[in-house]
Design a binder for this molecule. Structure first.
Ligand code: SF4
Ligand code: SF4
Length: 274
């Protein structure tokens, strides 16, 4: 397969070759087994088919620390953005181990692409746009080597280039102020719903934590367009708040004592088509 890829790319060797989307379990049970993928990769590397061995990552954040500690990889490509900072410890460990850290989804997979007054206000003095701030935030993390952002127009390319060309993405003080506000928002989000799932399953198919996750994206980060779009998807899957029959089965199971029925109604009112 690798030889075919080299032929199609019309190169002599690939610079950085990834195991795609591996987690700790796959690494431990499959990648390192004798005669397995890691051995084959090292052989291909010795033969000069690629230079650096890397992996992309979608597992639980603690697995990133463990994978970095194996010392097998030159870099990692992982998820990181203003709304999802769970990989920060793993990224720090990777950097300590001399690895490169490539961030995918720096604009939250498009979620931060839409204008949001709440996001722009995270930066003391305000920011030009939400995607600009999202990118600056990622690039200001000293453990980030590179951010790969999907771009759908020439204008986006120009804006991203201008952002990445800044001498300093954010000052230390600006970054600290943003992190402090994000921590506050996270506390508020947990007051609403931590996403623990203890209230599930709902006998009528409502995905309670998913509904509240979208509601939080709206009320805490002003991401109305994104939240309404995701809610619409839940409607199609018959998992949206509007399918709640008010049976009351879920409420006693919630450790946060969230008035689930009431909040589902609010969610539908805010995000659903009336
Ligand atoms: S109250 Fe609504 S969300 Fe809760 S279990 Fe009953 S139908 Fe499901
Ligand atoms: S039990 Fe409560 S906090 Fe946990 S997912 Fe359900 S509503 Fe959210």
């Amino acid at each position: 397969m690798l030889e075919e890829q080299i032929r199609k790319l019309d190169v002599e060797r690939i610079d950085v070759y990834h195991f795609h989307g591996i987690g700790w379990e796959v690494f431990e049970n499959n990648i390192v087994k004798p005669g397995g993928p890691l051995e084959a990769a090292r052989k291909a590397q010795e033969e000069g088919l690629f230079t650096y061995l890397s992996f992309s990552f979608h597992d639980a954040p603690e697995s990133l620390v463990k994978l970095a500690d194996t010392g097998e990889f030159t870099s990692v490509t992982c998820q990181y953005n203003l709304l999802d900072r769970a990989n920060e410890p793993g990224m720090a460990r990777a950097q300590e181990r001399g690895m490169g850290v490539v961030v995918m989804g720096p604009v939250g997979g498009g979620r931060l692409g839409a204008p949001s007054a709440e996001i722009q206000a995270l930066l003391p003095g305000g920011s030009k746009s939400s995607p600009e701030l999202a990118l600056r935030f990622v690039l200001s993390n000293p453990n980030v080597s590179c951010a790969i952002s999907g771009m759908g127009s020439k204008q986006m390319v120009e804006e991203n280039c201008a952002t990445a060309s800044r001498e300093e993405a954010l000052t230390e003080g600006e970054r600290a102020a943003i992190v402090a506000q994000l921590e506050e928002k996270k506390k508020l989000a947990d007051l609403y719903c931590t996403g623990c799932g203890y209230c599930m399953p709902c006998p009528h198919g409502v995905d309670i934590p998913a509904n509240f996750e979208h509601m939080n994206a709206y009320r805490l980060y002003g991401l109305k367009e994104h939240a309404a779009h995701r809610y619409e998807r839940l409607v199609k899957e018959e998992k949206a708040a509007e399918f709640c029959q008010e049976c009351g089965e879920c409420e006693p199971k919630c450790p946060q004592k969230i008035p689930i029925i009431e909040q589902l109604k609010e969610t539908h009112k805010a995000l659903g088509k009336q």
